[in-house]
Design a protein around this ligand. Structure first.
Ligand code: GDP
Length: 294
């Protein structure tokens, strides 16, 4: 994982504080510039980088008096990054004994189907009555992929090979599982590319038809700066309640995901850290930032 590259770069920026004997505003500005560069190189969006460094500068008012200036700035970076990840809104919590309909959305290849399975497996292991619906009629093989996974993790599955309308499948699937008193009813929708307005329309139709209790946006953490636009487009189309970031075991620098979450003001609930069904970590902002900083 290259997440903690940022930590190394920030440490390099702060090392100027050790070398230079005389501390003044000019040196502070240089250090902050280097920090800005490190954040940008970690794919944090320029708008947030500016905000973050302005906030740090403001809090550095009395820095001349601080004994350990390096530590102070380090702490401020952690504080500000953690603040960025706090959407000030609690994620949806499942209601026991009720049919909680959870719809997954995301770009093709983001890891949505895999994450649906991980999410299903996570709640099943905690004793919830969990099931999966395949409402992806767009990608050939989507039905088989989810059915095979569902069989592997022993979770009831609904899909329809012959029906071409994903809205009809989603409605029928939810109805079927509601009747059987399932508590976590997960709908996998077709992945889309950013330019495919038809698929965005389809997603909105499914959303309006089933009125999910929760809509989870699955985002590939290694998409860097592109994450921000993606998250904004999905948020505009449907009411994204929370986010799962995948592929943080790969070459992600983390910053893109971080900016995207700040933009959608939705909490991250899990991180995908591998291809296996158990590779799902519950998200904790502070430990994510600490990992990001190494
Ligand atoms: P979808 O098109 O969004 O439904 O994507 P899939 O669920 O089919 O996943 C696309 C690829 O990403 C597959 O090869 C998955 O095994 C892989 N994948 C999904 N999540 C993760 C993850 O957290 N880490 C890694 N390394 N691979 C993942």
């Amino acid at each position: 994982m290259v997440l903690n590259d940022l930590g190394k770069k920030i440490n390099d920026a702060l090392s100027n504080l050790n070398k230079d004997y005389h501390f003044d505003k000019q040196l502070l500005n240089k250090v902050l510039k280097d920090i800005q560069l490190a954040l940008l190189q970690s794919d944090i969006n320029v708008k947030y980088v500016k905000q973050l460094s302005d906030n740090i500068l403001q809090k550095c008012n009395n820095i001349e008096e601080a004994v350990n200036k390096k530590k102070l700035i380090q702490q401020l970076v952690v504080q500000e990054l953690t603040k960025m990840l706090d959407p000030k809104k609690q994620p949806f919590s499942l209601k026991s004994g009720k049919p909680n309909v959870v719809m997954f959305v995301g770009l093709q290849g983001a890891g949505k189907t895999t994450t649906c399975a991980k999410y299903a497996n996570y709640w099943k292991k905690k004793g919830w009555r969990t099931c999966l619906i395949c409402a992806d009629t767009f990608r050939a093989g989507a039905f088989d992929q989810l059915q095979q996974i569902a069989t592997k993790i022993r979770i009831p599955f609904y899909g329809n090979r012959t029906e071409t309308d994903p809205v009809a499948i989603a409605i029928e699937g939810v109805k079927t599982f509601q009747k059987q008193n399932f508590e976590v009813i997960i709908i996998d929708t077709s992945g889309r590319h950013m330019q495919e307005s038809e698929l965005f329309d389809e997603m909105k139709q499914i959303y309006s038809a089933v009125c999910p209790n929760e809509c989870i946006f699955v985002m590939d953490g290694s998409n860097g700066q592109a994450c921000l636009n993606q998250a904004q487009a999905f948020k505009k189309a449907v009411d994204v309640g929370s986010v799962i970031i995948t592929k943080l075991d790969g070459h992600s620098k983390g910053g893109g995901a971080l900016s995207a979450v700040a933009a959608t003001e939705s909490p991250i609930i899990f991180l995908g850290t591998g291809e296996h069904f158990d590779d799902l970590e519950t998200f904790k902002a502070e430990s994510f930032v600490k990992r990001l900083l190494g």
